[in-house]
Design a protein around this ligand. Sequence first.
Ligand SMILES: [Zn+2]
Length: 379
Amino acid sequence: MRVLRRGDGGPAVAEVRSTLAALGLLPPVNGILDQFDQAMEHAVRAFQQQRGLITDGLVGPATYRALRDATYQLGGRPLAYLVSAPITGDDVVTLQERLLELGYDAGRPNGVFGAQTEAALRNFQRDYGLTVDGICGPETIRALRQLSPRARGGRPVLLREQERVRRSGPRLTGKRIVIDPGHGGGDTGISVDGVNESDLMWDLARRLEGRMVATGMEALLSRGPDQCPDEATRAQFANEAGADLVLSLHSDGNRSPFAQGVASFHFGTGNGNTSTLGEAMAGLIQRELAKRTGLRDCHTHPRTWELLRLTRCPAVRIEIGYLTNDEDRHRLTDPAFRDVVAEGIVVAVKRLYLLGENDQPTGSFTFADVLAHELAKAE
Ligand SMILES: [Zn+2]
């Protein structure tokens, strides 16, 4: 498709406008209905921010797909497993969440109707005396609406994820970590006074990679120095690599020069479905970085961003400082500071795989300790 931008007009623009209006991001009647004006650009940016897409105000393939997905509500169309072209959309997320709440293992609620969602749906249909066809049609929708969700807390899929890590033991050796430096190529991310987020995160990724490899982990980078794959491609790379963990590195920016600090994000819908391990990993990273770097602690948060949603292993996105804040930017441009950040992240990863066995207080465990620990085990 053609990329739509401010100044464009025509039926494709009109379609996107009506979608944005349906999502409540544009007033129903506003401006000329087939013109990509300033109000529409604001609405596109707001939508991109909500969905964790690159906030550029342009409607390209990724934004267009996300807009289309956002318009589907459960019950609006039949859902089924189409092997060659799986159905995606917010209605699939709702279905997966409902099935999970009812105790059926639909997999991580990622908005893609796959084999596991179908199996869960069939089990549900069997248990509730419905036609077992794996199709979410009117009869199944009615049944889902009538049932009140069982008490939450089981979250079987997410607990299973935790169990897999427990079984694989506390060793770092053999763990495969995908390091995902944000942006790249023509997309610099936040850029202030010639300091680019994409360059800083590339450099940080290399520092992190070196330390991880030294402690016996396998570290893979999701992109080259001059590439910017979209979020779905990055997730696919991690899935195909069979990653144990994905760490996505970003810096933030804000209209206010006073906004500053570090925050970590993990997969979660905000209504109880959270990646247990993603949340644990985000918490460990957040603690280490807040303690070691002096950056303001902006805490951990659940998000359904594409990369977090589409990766099959725990994934954490870290927003390290605000480049729009003078203090944070000066810190980040210092290579020694980036070493501190890399060390904090490696120690946090080690703590994740120790799962509670750790006895060293936050901020005191050093890279040398991690290395010694691994070497002692290797003997
Ligand atoms: Zn970024």
